[in-house]
Design a protein around this ligand. Structure first.
Ligand SMILES: [Fe+2]
Ligand SMILES: [Fe+2]
Length: 465
């Protein structure tokens, strides 16, 4: 554990130094003093980790670098070098470097030569690997694309994976209901493909969770909560393995709802006190059902814990009533946030009118410290943006549009899909970036206010799918 912490701390320096090495080598010969000293620094940074861990891998997933499965955080000081390195890696289809043994300056010089010398080759990666035969301790791997062969539109892949997860959830619940013993193996595969998608196409996937006009609320809700939890866990720096477990656990957080009689669950009007008492039992029933899943292991136990705790709230004053005073499980605190956000912005829970995404966030901010973990909420707000994907906005240019992609650096300046132009005419939809400036340095467009999509009869699905 200590080792992993150290590595996480140094990971951004390792990536940065690799960029420094390659950048300097592009301007000087590999034997130049500047290049040599950059190489020496890199070797000194990485070797201690290879020595204690045996293997250190640098991997590109989506727009991020991973060092031994942990995402390297972008820091502003290194931004240019990171972007440079990402571009160069992708250009060569280089997706992974595995250091299987300690390296010396000669190995790095060979790497530089291969890196710069492969430019004219048909397959740059093969050419590089070929030139590095004498350095067997560095293994180069090809960039992985999640997109399927012939399926080049990422939207289609995202959609398919999303709906696949929904129908899986539906199937699992009906199997359990009919008394079949169900395990988590298939759930793991389903969540793994969602995790891959979230890492590569975060905005698109979060966009899927913004569409709320579905018939099967329960199953869409489970998948949405799973996606939001995974994305939040990812932002918090959890490993791929950890977010996969988190996604599985989140997918089953409302497992206990299958024991609520459908006439109560699907009631169009509000619950009576007696009905509420029944609904409030679902965390308890969920924990029971989780324990009965096939093969009791740490994931099923975690599933039970989160199912039990997800309405307990940060201050433990929710339901069910408990006597313990220990703090909520970390996963429970994450799932609580994802659950509340999705429930509030959907229409079918307890016949509540859906809240606009930005309104839901402000309600949640009011709950920080009492019902919700305040620190995790900060990260969540930063993730979904002040104006989350799907928010209907009116711009000072008099255009109306939907938030299409959030901007983590400028929370209030997302990319917007304009659907009504400044003349009040419906248009096919063009995307504008609110960080765009005019020649005199002023923003071309800003958000003037958010609007209620129901009032304008806007069907989000039509635009986001
Ligand atoms: Fe629930
Ligand atoms: Fe829920």
């Amino acid at each position: 554990m200590e080792f992993q912490k150290e590595l996480n701390k140094e990971a951004k320096n390792i990536i940065n130094q690799l960029a420094v090495v390659l950048r300097s080598a592009q301007f000087h010969s590999p034997s130049n003093v500047a290049v040599l000293s950059a190489i020496e620094k890199f070797v000194a940074l990485i070797n201690p980790f290879i020595e204690s861990e045996a293997v250190v891998s640098i991997e590109v997933v989506g727009e991020f670098f991973y060092v031994n499965d942990t995402r390297v955080r972008y820091s502003v000081e290194f931004l240019l070098n990171f972007d440079y390195l990402m571009k160069e890696f992708k250009e060569r289809e280089l997706g992974n470097i595995e250091f299987k043994n300690v390296i010396g300056p000669v190995d790095m010089q060979r790497f530089i030569k291969a890196f710069l010398g492969c430019q004219n080759a048909q397959d740059k990666l093969i050419a590089m690997a070929d030139m590095m035969k004498e350095t067997p301790q560095m293994i180069l791997g090809r960039l992985k694309h999640i997109k399927e062969e012939g399926d080049s539109d990422p939207r289609k892949v995202v959609k398919k994976t999303y709906f696949n997860a929904v129908s899986f959830s539906k199937g699992v619940i009906s199997k359990i209901k009919s008394g079949e013993k169900v395990g988590l193996k298939k759930a793991k595969r389903v969540v793994e493909s969602m995790v891959d998608m979230i890492l590569e196409e975060e905005s698109l996937v979060l966009g899927m969770t913004a569409i709320k006009e579905y018939d099967d609320y329960t199953y869409h809700h489970s998948v949405n909560v799973s996606i939001l939890a995974v994305a939040l866990g990812h932002k918090l720096g959890l490993s791929k393995k950890q977010v996969t477990e988190l996604g599985m656990v989140a997918l089953f957080h409302d497992l206990g709802k299958m024991d609520i009689p459908p006439e109560i669950l699907n009631k169009p009007s509000s619950f009576t006190d007696q009905e509420w008492d029944v609904v409030k039992k679902h965390p308890y029933w969920g924990a029971q059902a989780a324990i009965k899943l096939k093969g009791l292991d740490s994931t099923t136990i975690k599933t039970a814990i989160v199912a039990f705790e997800h309405h307990l709230n940060f201050d433990l004053k929710g339901y069910p009533i408990v006597r313990y005073t220990k703090e909520l499980d970390f996963f429970s605190r994450i799932v609580t946030i994802a659950d509340q956000y999705d429930a509030m912005t959907s229409s079918r829970v307890y016949s509540r009118v859906p809240l606009r995404p930005d309104k839901a966030l402000s309600v949640m901010v009011d709950r920080a410290g009492s019902m919700i973990d305040p620190i995790l909420l900060k990260v969540f707000v930063n993730m979904v943006g002040v104006f989350p994907i799907g928010t209907l906005v009116f711009l000072n240019s008099k255009e109306m549009g939907l938030v299409h992609e959030t901007n983590p650096l400028f929370n209030d300046r997302p990319r917007v899909l304009v659907i009504v132009n400044s003349q009040g005419k419906k248009v096919d939809g063009y995307v504008v970036d609110l960080t765009d400036k005019t020649d005199d340095g002023k923003y071309k467009r800003s958000i003037y206010k958010t609007l209620d999509p129901n009032k304008y009869k806007i069907n989000l699905a039509e635009y986001l799918l």
